[in-house]
Design a binder for this molecule. Structure first.
Ligand SMILES: Cc1cc2nc3c(=O)[nH]c(=O)nc-3n(C[C@H](O)[C@H](O)[C@H](O)COP(=O)(O)OP(=O)(O)OC[C@H]3O[C@@H](n4cnc5c(N)ncnc54)[C@H](O)[C@@H]3O)c2cc1C
Length: 381
């Protein structure tokens, strides 16, 4: 059961995507997770079905949908028990392509977007650096003017799709003296001389998704690669992050629901002491708590989505929702393991992967502590 901010067309999308997840993708997930990679063909399959262009306008081959449609997608696609794959797709299709369309130059948009919506060109977003995550203003990647070109030097880390991307939106400093007005984002072609995937990272979860450290050594780009105008990078990052956080929140909600469903199923079948374990009050209590947290999370996340769709300032609500839902999703996955007992600790049942995968959600896109800071700052204004 899901409270719904969605209309008939969104519910239709949710039904189709849930079927796609269960019938076409779920059967392969265990193999992809084991291999530590999912094939690019997944992007192409989604592209052929029109799912990579939800937030891209028809001019570039997308369907010109809105945040509500994208939210519905997140809640259905998030049912796949490979959060790394889910977020890799969503970052490409809902965050990066969307940012490129909003801010990119006409030539960058026509170069990358038509291929992005078919899955023939994949994108990544590179903010984080080895020395700067939450405190993004500390980034050290610089873009300096040389003749009529820009030359990028620096390194980025933890970049989703970093090893497979064809284009990367790279946050740089173009004027280190100009404070928040000194940041600029460039669209970088990964075939450019001087770009290198330094390494991919081994992780607790998200095994099917590549997370890379990237190196930029004298990578040359021209003015058409600037996202928006020179010096607008910080504002763009803030506005993109807001939507990215809501995307992660809605994806976490879907994962939490899957954990509850798995727990209900298991608790209704597993017997101990002459009854099913779901009849024991303490186990039933776990599931009631899971449901309570999901319902509360839905209320907050859907309210934030409504506000975003209405064009309101939803930064505070998104931060509240991300903090609560992403933390609760980890708790719910943990309790799902508990309900499954020893089997919950094995890879034969889904909760262990949900637990490992959902564990990133209170970290990625802004940690829970940073979300709390945003809320407190807003309260004290
Ligand atoms: C699998 C994976 C995928 C990722 N994908 C991407 C991507 O595609 N693109 C990208 O740019 N980045 C990506 N990231 C990076 C992610 O966004 C950062 O890890 C995250 O923002 C936290 O930064 P950090 O790791 O440097 O932690 P730090 O900023 O060093 O934080 C460490 C701890 O200190 C706490 N802390 C820091 N500052 C404060 C404060 N002011 N108040 C209270 N507590 C504080 C944090 O909450 C955290 O608990 C990814 C990370 C992972 C692991």
């Amino acid at each position: 059961m899901r409270t719904s901010p969605y209309y008939a067309e969104h519910e239709n999308l949710i039904d189709s995507v849930s079927k796609l997840v269960q019938l076409e993708l779920a059967p392969h997930v265990a193999q992809w997770e084991k291999a530590g990679y999912f094939p690019n063909e997944v992007f192409k399959t989604l592209g052929r079905q029109g799912y990579l262009g939800i937030l891209v306008s028809e001019q570039y081959g997308g369907s010109g949908g809105d945040y509500r449609m994208a939210g519905a997608w997140c809640e259905a696609f998030g049912e796949l028990s490979s959060v790394g794959l889910t977020v890799a797709v969503n970052m490409h299709s809902l965050v990066i392509s969307h940012a490129l369309e909003r801010f990119g130059s006409p030539s960058a948009k026509s170069r990358w977007l038509p291929k992005a919506v078919t899955g023939d060109a994949l994108g990544a977003y590179a903010f984080t650096e080895p020395g700067a995550g939450s405190d993004l203003a500390r980034i050290r990647t610089v873009a300096s003017r040389r003749g009529d070109r820009w030359v990028i030097n620096g390194s980025k880390t933890f970049i989703t799709n970093g090893a497979r991307a064809d284009f990367i939106l790279v946050l740089t400093k173009t004027d280190p003296q100009a404070g928040y007005g000194g940041f600029t984002t460039f669209v970088v072609d990964t075939q450019s001389k001087g770009f290198r995937v330094a390494r991919t990272l081994d992780k607790l979860g998200w095994h099917a998704s590549d997370t890379a450290e990237l190196s930029f050594e004298d990578v040359e780009v021209d003015d058409s690669c600037i996202l928006g105008k020179l010096g607008e990078g910080w504002g763009q990052a803030a506005s993109n992050l807001n939507w990215e956080r809501l995307m992660l929140t809605l994806t976490s909600l879907a994962g939490a629901r899957m954990c509850l469903e798995a727990s209900r199923r298991y608790a209704g079948q597993r017997e101990a002491f002459g009854r099913t374990i779901g009849e024991f009050p303490v186990v039933a209590h776990y599931m009631r708590e899971m449901e309570r947290k999901i319902v509360l999370g839905e209320s907050l996340a859907h309210r934030a989505l409504d506000l975003l769709c209405a064009g309101g300032d939803c930064r505070n609500l998104v931060a509240m929702a991300k903090r609560m839902v992403c933390d609760d999703a980890v708790w719910i996955a943990d309790k799902a393991i508990q309900v499954h007992g020893g089997y919950g600790y094995t890879t034969e049942f889904s909760p262990e992967r949900w637990w490992r995968d959902l564990r990133l959600m209170p970290i990625g896109g802004g940690t829970s502590e940073i979300m709390s800071n945003i809320v407190v700052k807003e309260l004290c204004r």
